[in-house]
Design a binder for this molecule. Structure first.
Ligand code: CO8
Length: 258
């Protein structure tokens, strides 16, 4: 598939995906969502970390495209919501880590996209919010689900009921982002984090992501049992032998994703 709205650059196992619809501050229409779906579904096995960002210095993603949603009926609204929700879920359970480098507005569907990523870092001009109730809708790309999980139910309800946007420092305070950087340093910092992850044993990173995601919705006993199974599976990998042998012989491990 040829992409009109996605810019992709892969180097040394790190793929930078830039959403690019500058005229609407990278708002997500169904064409972009379909491109995203195709991209995620066909992501090459050589990619070890995905970084998602928005084009320009003003906006990550300013939400779902309001002009496309304006005249939808209930069934069409549900279909549009499902399209976004399904592709965001694919990002969430992608078997490699995904870093959102939030370079400006992350509103509505933009905040929801960032929340579907594993880790969020942002520029100092970033703004986050779920303004949907001001448009007569609710967050529809799983924001009612993920925001409460990330920042707690009380703050999520305040953000969603009031539609207020919060600045980067407030997003950091409530744990919505891990770090804030000057705009000019954001991608460099995202790349540095991705490179650190790339230096680790890939299967272990993958299992760790699977554990954290799966265990969140399990009770304590089931979660601990799940981790235990996955921990055992690590010992069936060559990279576990490599990592431990390298440590004990004071060498640098060379992981082969095996
Ligand atoms: N959709 C469509 N166009 C947009 C959007 C958007 N979400 N955001 C910005 N644009 C367009 C503007 O209309 C404008 O276009 P034009 O130049 O043709 O007038 C252009 O981008 C530039 O925007 P502004 O002139 O408004 O720029 P400002 O710097 O003044 O303001 C803001 C920037 C604050 C980001 C402002 O544009 C804004 O408030 N945008 C809307 C933010 C918003 O409400 N987002 C949530 C949308 S709803 C949503 O995401 C629901 C997700 C779940 C969907 C479920 C499906 C059923």
């Amino acid at each position: 598939m040829n992409y009109n709205y996605l810019k992709i650059n892969t180097e040394s196992g790190i793929c930078v995906l830039t959403i690019s619809a500058p005229k609407s501050l990278n708002a997500l229409n169904s064409a972009i969502l379909k491109e995203l779906d195709d991209f995620i579904t066909n992501l090459g096995k050589d990619v070890r970390v995905l970084i998602v960002t928005g084009d320009g210095e003003k906006s990550f993603v300013a939400g779902a495209d309001i002009s496309e949603m304006q005249n939808l009926n209930a069934a069409e609204g549900e279909t549009f919501g499902r399209l976004g929700a399904e592709v965001f879920r694919k990002i969430e359970i992608l078997d490699i880590p995904v870093i959102a480098a939030v370079n400006g507005f992350a509103l509505g569907g933009g905040c929801e996209l960032a929340m579907a990523c594993d880790i969020r870092i942002c520029s100092d001009n970033a703004k986050f919010g779920q303004p949907e109730v001001g448009l007569g809708i609710i967050p529809g790309f799983s924001g009612t689900y993920r925001l409460a999980k990330l920042v707690g139910m009380g703050y999520a309800k305040e953000m969603i009921y009031t539609g207020k946007a919060i600045r980067a420092d407030e997003a950091l305070r409530i744990g919505l982002v891990n770090a804030i950087y000057p705009q000019a340093e954001l991608m460099e910092q995202a790349m540095a984090m991705a490179a650190k992850i790339c230096a680790m044993a890939p299967i272990a990173v993958r299992y760790a992501k699977q554990c954290i995601n799966a265990e969140y919705d399990l009770d304590a006993d089931a979660a601990i049992a799940y981790e235990n199974k996955m921990f055992g599976k690590c010992f069936a990998t060559k990279d576990q032998k490599e990592g431990m042998t390298a440590f004990l012989t004071k060498a640098k491990p060379v992981f082969k994703n095996e």
